[in-house]
Design a protein around this ligand. Structure first.
Ligand code: NI
Length: 161
């Protein structure tokens, strides 16, 4: 089922999200989140963006340039961050029309739970590393605007009108 995506400054987007249970409700949530992400033309979506406070995000780094490769991350935890960082432009389905330059770690080791509850750990690089940091920010009540200087934040908010 496709859900409406909450828009900043909805207060739900500023909440710190609790751990998710790996159960039937969470699996149904991940299906809805992927469907909603594709319908909104996005490459990542976090549960709070559809109003659900659970540590879950979905991502598909590939579908816009090739075959779909949906990924589901339940209770993600960053185990390692590369010392190298880089700044790049980021959009967000909750802040349509705004592109913010955000500094991110270039690589991560991420651990998460799979749909069967088992733990998986993997090194993420490139777009997947950036997107995972953006989505985990959402689970901690942080959006791209929160990374900006006060001047850049004010300019981005002015674009929102
Ligand atoms: Ni976002």
């Amino acid at each position: 089922m496709i859900h409406p995506v909450l828009r900043w400054p909805d207060p739900i987007l500023a909440k710190i999200t609790p751990q998710a249970c790996v159960d039937a409700a969470t699996l149904a949530l991940t299906r809805d989140m992927l469907e909603t992400m594709y319908a909104a033309n996005g490459r990542g979506l976090a549960a709070p963006q559809i109003g659900v406070l659970a540590r879950v995000f979905v991502m598909d780094a590939a579908w816009k340039s090739g075959d779909p490769a949906p990924e589901v991350f339940i209770n993600p935890e960053i185990l390692w961050r590369s010392p190298q960082m880089a700044s790049g432009p980021e959009g967000c389905l909750s802040i349509p029309g705004v592109v913010a330059e955000v500094m991110r770690h270039s690589e991560l080791v991420l651990q998460w739970q799979m749909a069967d509850g088992s733990l998986q750990a993997q090194k993420l690089t490139g777009f997947r590393a950036i997107c995972a940091q953006h989505e985990i920010d959402h689970l901690d009540g942080i959006v791209t605007l929160d990374h900006l200087t006060p001047e850049a934040r004010a300019a981005a908010i002015a674009v929102l009108g």
